[in-house]
Design a protein around this ligand. Structure first.
Ligand SMILES: NC(=O)C1=CN([C@@H]2O[C@H](COP(=O)(O)OP(=O)(O)OC[C@H]3O[C@@H](n4cnc5c(N)ncnc54)[C@H](OP(=O)(O)O)[C@@H]3O)[C@@H](O)[C@H]2O)C=CC1
Ligand SMILES: O=C(O)C1=N[C@H](C(=O)O)C[C@H](O)C1
Length: 232
């Protein structure tokens, strides 16, 4: 595949290495909006929250399938979906492309189904990332929170404030070069249940994005990593 890398930062560079190892070529690598997308078979956007939606719409308007891993732009997700459907294009967004985190999402959903009626446990999320991260909480933490909130009728959303009524608390920590650690905790007076995913590098995210691009090429529609990984 001829791949356009929209965003050539930490993730763009890791994706480049893995894509080349898997026999693909990189025809565009850019850190701005000045590129000729018609040269590419598919685009992979790992840019910044304020640029992702423009990159995605530019691809869809030019009939180029697009993968986006950029977080912090989801207020425009429904518009991206509508445009993809209108143009009969192909689009995947995932807050986290790694296989391990997508399994962790399923564990989180199952655990929330088991815990929601046990009122002695309080649920919370902690995420830890490197200090260069622009958004908080992480996209992955938001996906985890949504998986929990849909099981809890007393939770109306999530909050970075610790004691907000009706909200699932998320703590976001920024430490040195941490690639991404997520912990979901259920705490009672007598015990604690934690489930935790720790990324050791960016390779898992990058491999998942390339696998998603390979899977998406030739398809039409809006998909998720559950489709790519054939989960459920
Ligand atoms: N879904 C997943 O699995 C993962 C998602 N992410 C997300 O991916 C995004 C990128 O992460 P990361 O690579 O670590 O961040 P970086 O800051 O290292 O890279 C982002 C790059 O985007 C560039 N950029 C700025 N404006 C544009 C534009 N208009 N078009 C294209 N590129 C642009 C930046 O350039 P400049 O520095 O010049 O501004 C920078 O090089 C983040 O939102 C992060 O949360 C990260 C890891 C995994
Ligand atoms: O910015 C990052 O680095 C990461 N961002 C994603 C997120 O916001 O969840 C995925 C991963 O945790 C790394």
């Amino acid at each position: 595949m001829k791949i356009a890398l929209l965003g050539y930062g930490k993730m763009g560079k890791t994706i480049e290495q893995i894509a080349i190892q898997r026999g693909h070529s990189i025809v565009i690598k850019t850190n701005n909006e000045d590129y000729d997308i018609s040269k590419a078979d598919i685009a992979i956007d790992f840019s910044i929250p304020t640029a992702a939606f423009n990159n995605i719409t530019h691809c869809l308007n030019n009939n180029i399938p697009v993968i986006s891993g950029t977080t912090g732009w989801l207020e425009n997700y429904d518009k991206a979906v509508a445009l993809c459907e209108e143009k009969k294009g192909a689009f995947i967004y995932a807050s986290n492309f790694s296989l391990g985190v997508n399994i962790f999402f399923e564990l989180n959903n199952t655990l929330a189904k088991m815990m929601h009626s046990l009122k002695e446990y309080n649920v919370s999320i902690e995420e830890i990332h490197h200090t260069q991260k622009l958004d908080a909480p992480s996209g992955t933490a938001i996906t985890l929170a949504n998986g929990i909130i849909k099981e809890y009728s007393n939770l109306n959303g999530w909050s970075l404030e610790p004691n907000k009524e009706d909200a699932l608390p998320i703590t976001a920590k920024r430490i040195d070069a941490v690639p991404g650690t997520h912990t979901v905790t259920y705490q009672s007076k007598v015990d604690t249940i934690d489930i935790k995913h720790t990324a050791h590098s960016r390779e898992g995210f990058a491999l998942g994005a390339v696998v998603a691009a390979e899977w998406l090429l030739g398809k039409t529609g809006v998909f998720s990593m559950k489709d790519v990984l054939n989960i459920n």
